[in-house]
Design a binder for this molecule. Structure first.
Ligand SMILES: Nc1ncnc2c1ncn2[C@@H]1O[C@H](COP(=O)(O)OP(=O)(O)OP(=O)(O)O)[C@@H](O)[C@H]1O
Length: 297
């Protein structure tokens, strides 16, 4: 069953079509990523689903039922981590989570949350004294304080260093393991690749492609590239090798079989081959091919 379904959703501001007729389906227990560059319409989309913005038109279904407003009943079942998380900087971590749990009927034990998000040691620290990674973990904890079925995460790792980002990914994977359905926005393709069961690529308010990572890459029919270096002149039957001053490049759809051919040739002829690398197409390439721009432009 689709836990959320969005049909032809539009949100227009004066002169700006922030969201321009998008369709999204979210299955229970899935992590769905909305991936797109700055200004693509990601925040507008999720905040409309959260009931924070009123759509211009379109239909939203929660748990199979069409809704007109995101009412209290739905708000009890969703958890929201806002992009611009404005906590009271003088409150402690514990006080912050307590304050958020006061907003809901059903809540989980705050100490459990502190444990779960590795914040026990920071329990009495003031928000203003936390690192970026710790702050994002508090934000994630506030999003599940009501034990929601669906968790919305708007660019949860923006601005974090790689280690803090990986820690947060682990926390998100843990939420999924606990059966939560997660909708996250991101402009990091690694994040979508790592976490998402289904990806919607959005640009200028429209979904330009959807699918699993594998489907998206296969869909665009992009090839992998094998590169290596050799001082010898290498010519292998059936392989269209490009040679630029000893740096060889091969575009291929069958990395495994072609790499074996190259290695067998090298062994047979005694021609030394160095610096072999394989580059498989990723979501950044998919986006570039579709739009002519990179995700971070
Ligand atoms: N309240 C508003 N009034 C007018 N225009 C808005 C408003 N909110 C967003 N927009 C515009 O709508 C477009 C989409 O913005 P949105 O914040 O949804 O994009 P985004 O993909 O979340 O970007 P980012 O990654 O920068 O957060 C942008 O052009 C933005 O300037």
């Amino acid at each position: 069953m689709n836990i959320i379904e969005v049909k032809n959703l539009k949100k227009y501001y004066k002169g700006i079509k922030a969201v321009d007729g998008i369709n999204i389906e979210v299955k229970k227990g899935y992590v769905v990523a909305i991936l797109g560059p700055n200004g693509a319409g990601k925040t507008t989309t999720v905040e409309t689903l959260e009931g924070l913005r009123v759509p211009t038109s379109g239909e939203i279904y929660y748990f199979g039922e069409k809704i007109n407003v995101v009412d209290e009943k739905i708000k009890e079942k969703i958890g929201v981590q806002l992009q611009s998380t404005n906590f009271f900087t003088n409150l402690t971590v514990h006080e912050t989570l307590k304050a958020f749990s006061g907003l809901y009927k059903k809540t989980v034990d705050v100490n459990e949350l502190l444990k779960k998000f590795n914040l026990i040691e920071k329990k009495k620290s003031r928000i203003k004294n936390l690192s970026g990674g710790q702050l994002q973990r508090v934000a994630l904890a506030t999003a599940v304080v009501n034990d929601p079925e669906i968790v919305f995460l708007d660019e949860p790792t923006t601005g974090l260093d790689p280690q803090a980002r990986r820690n947060l990914w682990d926390a998100i994977i843990e939420l999924k393991k606990n059966g939560k359905t997660i909708i996250l926005t991101t402009h990091y393709m690694e994040e979508a690749e790592k976490l998402a069961d289904m990806i919607y690529i959005i640009d200028h308010g429209k979904i330009i492609l959807k699918g699993t990572v594998k489907e998206l890459i296969e869909n665009t029919k992009m090839k992998s590239v094998i590169t290596f270096y050799s001082e010898k002149n290498i010519k292998i039957d059936m392989l269209d090798l490009k040679n630029i001053n000893g740096f060889y490049e091969l575009e291929t759809n069958d990395v495994e079989s072609d790499i074996i051919k190259i290695l067998e040739y090298s062994k047979e002829k005694g021609h030394k081959i160095e610096d072999i690398s394989i580059r498989k197409p990723n979501l950044e390439d998919v986006f570039l091919q579709l739009t002519g721009r990179t995700l971070r432009e």
